[in-house]
Design a protein around this ligand. Structure first.
Ligand code: CA
Length: 379
C-alpha cells in the first residue's frame, strides 16, 4: 500500500453575535480547524485533525513540507514517517504550528492503519482498558451579559440535566470576580465535580492566593494557573496548593513534556493529541507521565475527529494506580458553540448520561461528511 495523495482542509465558521464567548485572553468570534486526508493506492483514506487557531498556515505546512515526504511511502510505517517529518523541520520547528500540522498527519496515519487492518485504533495502541469514558463538560466561559454569574448558573444546571457528572469553568478575570463566579456555580451544582481553568492569566503569587480561596470550594483541578513558559511558577503553585495543578495544552512532543516533568510542574498533564505530536507522541508523553507519577488527561478542543482520536487514546490509557477503585481518566468534551464540530462526520459520537462509548469500528470509528468540508472551507 502506498500514499498517493495528502490533502488539507482549513475550515472556519464565524459565530453569531449571541454565541460569542471568552476566556482569559480573548473573545472567540469564529471557530476554526484543519482536517487532513491521506489517500492510498488501495482506495483507503485516513483522516486527522490539527488543533489550531490559524488554519491557513497549518494547511500550508502540510501541503508544502509533509506531503512531499509522505507521497509514495507505506502509510503503515507510522513511527519512521513521524521521525522523517519531525527531522525535516527539527531545527526550526520543535514546538508550535509545525507540530500541530504533524499531529494531524499522524492521527490520519493511525486512522488509515486501523481501516487498512480492519481494527479500531485502540487495538493498534495496545488494546483497551475500558469501553466507555466519563466525559466532562468544558463550558462556563465568560459571557457578554449583564449578569454573568446568573448565566453561568443557568448553563451549569443545563449540564446537570444532560447527565454530566463533571464540568469545567473559566477563571482569570480577576481573583475577586473569579471567586464570585465559582461560588455561584458550586452552589448551583452542589457536590458535582468541578474544575477551573485560568488559561495562563496569572503570575504565580496571584495564582497561589486565588488557589487558597478555591481550596474551600472543592475544586478537582486548577488548570493553567500561569503561562506555559514559567515552569518554576508552575512548580511554586503546585507546591503551595492542595488542589491538583493541570496544564500542557500549550506544550509539544516528549521533549517539551520532559521539561514539565523534570520541574515537577504538574499533577495532571494535558497534551492535546492534535497538537502535541499526534497519537504516536501522546502515547509516549503519557508513558513518561506515568513514570513521573503524573496523571494524563488529554486536552480536546476540536471536531468529532479530535474527539474520536481522544476516545481511542483513552481506551488504551492504563490506570495510574493499582486499585479496586481506580482513578479513571476523563474525556474533555467542549460544549461551547462550534457548528463545525459535529458537521464533519456522518454520525457524531454523543454523550449518554455523562459517558462516551468508545467506537469499535476500524480506525478512529467515524466517517467524514465531505459536505461540511465545502460548507466551512476557509474563503
Ligand atoms: Ca484549557
Amino acid at each position: 500500500m502506498k500514499i498517493i495523495d495528502v490533502k488539507s482542509y482549513p475550515l472556519r465558521c464565524v459565530l453569531d453575535e449571541d454565541e460569542v464567548f471568552g476566556w482569559a485572553q480573548t473573545w472567540v468570534r469564529s471557530r476554526v480547524t484543519t482536517l487532513i486526508e491521506i489517500a492510498t493506492d488501495e482506495g483507503i483514506s485516513g483522516w486527522g485533525e490539527s488543533f489550531c487557531f490559524y488554519p491557513e498556515p497549518i494547511s500550508s505546512i502540510v501541503d508544502h513540507v509533509y506531503k512531499p515526504i509522505l507521497l509514495g511511502k507505506d502509510p503503515l510505517d507510522i513511527s519512521p514517517l513521524w521521525e522523517r517529518m519531525y527531522n525535516s523541520t527539527r531545527s526550526q520547528g520543535q514546538k508550535g504550528m509545525v507540530i500541530c500540522a504533524l499531529s494531524g498527519v499522524d492521527v490520519a496515519l493511525w486512522d488509515l492503519a486501523g481501516k487498512a487492518l480492519g481494527l479500531p485504533v485502540y487495538r493498534l495502541l495496545g488494546g483497551r482498558f475500558r469501553d466507555k469514558v466519563q466525559a466532562y463538560a468544558t463550558g462556563l466561559y465568560f459571557k457578554r451579559r449583564k449578569k454573568p454569574a446568573e448565566a453561568l448558573v443557568e448553563e451549569a444546571k443545563g449540564y446537570l440535566r444532560e447527565g454530566f457528572r463533571s464540568m469545567k469553568m473559566k477563571v482569570g478575570l480577576t481573583p475577586k470576580v473569579d471567586i464570585e463566579h465559582v461560588k455561584a456555580v458550586r452552589e448551583a451544582i452542589q457536590d458535582t465535580v468541578l474544575m477551573v481553568d485560568a488559561n495562563c492569566a496569572y503570575d504565580a503569587s496571584t495564582a497561589i492566593a486565588l488557589g487558597r480561596e478555591l481550596e474551600n470550594l472543592d475544586i478537582y483541578w486548577f488548570e493553567e494557573p500561569v503561562p506555559p513558559e514559567d515552569l518554576e511558577g508552575y512548580a511554586k503553585v503546585k507546591a503551595a496548593l492542595d488542589i491538583p495543578i493541570a496544564g500542557g495544552e500549550c506544550e509539544f512532543t516528549r521533549f517539551g513534556f520532559r521539561e514539565i516533568f523534570l520541574h515537577r510542574a504538574l499533577d495532571i498533564a494535558q497534551p492535546d493529541i492534535c497538537a502535541a505530536g499526534g497519537l504516536t507522541e501522546t502515547k509516549r508523553i503519557a508513558e513518561m507521565a506515568e513514570a513521573f507519577g503524573v496523571r494524563c488527561i488529554p486536552h480536546v478542543w476540536g471536531t468529532q475527529i479530535a474527539i474520536a482520536a481522544a476516545l481511542q487514546f483513552l481506551a488504551s490509557l492504563p490506570r495510574p494506580t493499582p486499585s479496586m477503585n481506580p482513578i479513571e481518566p476523563l474525556l474533555e468534551l467542549d460544549r461551547t458553540p462550534n457548528p463545525i464540530r459535529d458537521a464533519v462526520v456522518r454520525e457524531p459520537i454523543e454523550p449518554k448520561e455523562g459517558f462516551m462509548e468508545i467506537p469499535n469500528k476500524p480506525g478512529l470509528g467515524v466517517e467524514v461528511d465531505r459536505r461540511a468540508l465545502e460548507r466551512y472551507a476557509v474563503k
